[in-house]
Design a protein. Structure first.
Length: 147
């Protein structure tokens, strides 16, 4: 995750090759799909992308050293779509790679960015999540009735 990606390349990779519309992630797959023409792009992965190492949360949080935070990247929130975008050290404004809204770094409150170890894709669809929460809710209600 140490490589810096050009936002315009990200924006172009999210455009449908068939009609030019924005592609959307399909949960449970490794695909971006166009809601208009149905074209689907497979998200490429590297050989070690499936390797996930479990970390103890408390130990990880205690071990975050502010000196290890990247001074070259600053996080800025997009006012249009809410995404987080990383700006380089001498960059104070840019366009959001997702919705092209203008981004301006707040020099007083610019947050330092801690580089993640890996990013996991969504494996659960929205309907599966809703069904699971309904099931958990019923279990809680049943437990209260018994207790």
């Amino acid at each position: 995750m140490s490589e810096v990606v050009d936002p315009s390349a990200v924006n172009q990779s999210l455009s449908c090759g068939g009609c030019g519309a924005l592609l959307h992630f399909v949960p449970g797959t490794r695909n971006l799909q166009c809601q208009y023409c149905g074209e689907s792009n497979v998200i490429e992965s590297k050989a070690n992308d499936d390797l996930v190492v479990s970390l103890d949360y408390e130990k990880f949080v205690a071990g975050i050293d502010t000196s290890k935070q990247s001074d070259s990247l600053k996080a800025v929130s997009c006012p249009g779509c809410g995404s987080q975008t990383m700006l380089e050290v001498f960059v104070t404004s840019d366009k959001c790679p997702f919705c092209t809204s203008p981004l301006v770094l707040d020099l007083q409150g610019g947050k330092a960015y801690v580089q993640p170890h890996y990013v996991l894709p969504f494996e659960v669809t929205q309907q599966q999540g809703v069904d699971f929460l309904k099931m958990v809710g019923r279990a809680v209600v049943d437990a209260k009735r018994l207790g």
